[in-house]
Design a protein around this ligand. Structure first.
Ligand code: PLP
Length: 377
């Protein structure tokens, strides 16, 4: 059997087709919205232009998927995929600590279309099985989760879904394809907010759905109606970003592991949430399924004055979003979970002093000094 290519090689070479006219190495940017229809009816909203195909081929190779679609945002990928397989009367089981946008969409949009849902604690796979009804169509997970980095056992959920012939979807944004490949564990549809680690430079938005040819053709049918496509110039930037994604994410993995251990040893810090720490409640599951590393996302409770602490940081910037080359930090209470009541936040385990940290690719010693200084004063 031929040895499969490494992820480093695929990130560079898969999908990119170069410039056959002039012999250039980079995929040219094809901006046409009008194409000759003799061979194939091409149109940007049909998800079949050269830059869309090139970036999808690369991502599909990295996620071990047969096929995929590139969208204008992560939410476009998530909602289009869900609405493509669900109809009125169907039921979805989702884990309860979802990305805020997905959580609000399930509460607000699904109800209006008569789609029912149940939210369960994803730390225990049996919760998904208990929530299944005769109308259930989809099991939806997100691991590691935001902001407490909880871990869902991907293989265990996929196994339950197979028993009941359900479709599984995962939001793989936090792990990136470098650290976790859910299709190998039996998941049907892998979703990404490419705005984060895939773009990697905090300067573009995109989303991906990756799956079998059969499911992608079903999602594409709806996607052409919803219209959340990505333009050629941004596809080009995403393709360019993907070539260095492995290097970026590996540095973020290494920095995050060092920082998590450092923060654990600091007196000014109460608790550190990082799946790579051996005292994380689901460390063994994380180690089994996150084959590339534990990622660049973590959160921690500062003992006092979270706002003052963030203000005193000089290298780590206060910002929402995540996954960029630069380290950013934000208060969950002030951002993603601002709309929850204090009681709801307490129930979710999110304290007022919780800070979510997206670790960048800077020198880790500089980041440690920055945090030390900010804790001291
Ligand atoms: C950002 C994010 C999304 C939404 O992606 P957009 O590109 O902002 O639409 C979905 N899931 C997770 C985990 C995210 O971090």
């Amino acid at each position: 059997m031929k040895k499969p290519l490494s992820i480093q090689t695929l990130a560079v070479s898969a999908g990119s087709h170069g410039d056959s006219q002039h012999g250039g190495r980079a995929t040219p940017i094809f901006t046409s919205s009008a194409y000759d229809y003799e061979k194939e009816v091409r149109y940007p909203r049909y998800f079949n232009t050269p830059n869309q195909s090139a970036v999808v081929a690369k991502m599909a190779a990295l996620e071990h998927a047969e096929d995929g679609l590139v969208f204008s945002t992560g939410m476009a990928a998530i909602m289009t995929s869900l609405f493509a397989v669900l109809k009125t009367g169907d039921h979805v089981v989702l884990q309860n600590d979802l990305y805020g946008g997905t959580h609000h969409a399930t509460l607000n949009e699904f109800a209006r279309y008569g789609i029912q849902h149940t939210l369960v604690d994803g730390s225990y796979p049996e919760n998904f099985e208990k929530a299944i009804t005769k109308n259930t169509r989809v099991l939806y997970i997100e691991t590691p989760s935001n902001p407490l980095l909880k871990i869902t056992d991907i293989g265990a959920v996929a196994k339950i879904a197979k028993k009941y012939r359900l479709i599984t979807m995962i939001d793989n944004t936090f792990a990136s394809p470098v650290n976790q490949n859910p299709i190998d564990l039996g998941i049907d549809v892998v979703l990404h907010s490419g705005t984060k680690y895939i773009g990697g430079h905090s300067d573009l938005m995109c989303g991906f759905a990756l799956s079998s040819k059969k499911i992608i053709s079903q999602i594409k049918g709806s996607a052409m109606h919803f219209g959340g496509v990505l333009d050629a110039s941004t596809c080009y930037l995403v393709e360019r970003s993907l070539k260095t994604m492995v290097l970026r994410v590996q540095q973020q993995n290494a920095n995050a592991m060092t920082l998590a251990k450092f923060l654990q040893s600091e007196k000014g810090i109460d608790r550190v949430y990082y799946p790579g720490l051996s005292d994380h409640p689901n460390y063994r599951v994380a180690k089994k399924q996150m084959t590339g590393g534990f990622g660049g996302m973590m959160s921690f409770d500062v003992k006092k004055d979270p706002e003052g602490f963030m203000k005193r940081l000089t290298l780590i910037h206060k910002a929402v979003s995540l996954g960029g080359v630069e380290s950013t930090i934000c208060s969950s209470v002030r951002t993603s979970h601002a709309k929850l009541t204090p009681a709801e936040r307490a129930k979710a385990g999110i304290s007022d002093n919780l800070l979510r940290f997206s670790v960048g690719i800077e020198g880790v010693d500089d980041l440690i000094s920055d945090i030390r200084k900010a804790l001291k004063s």
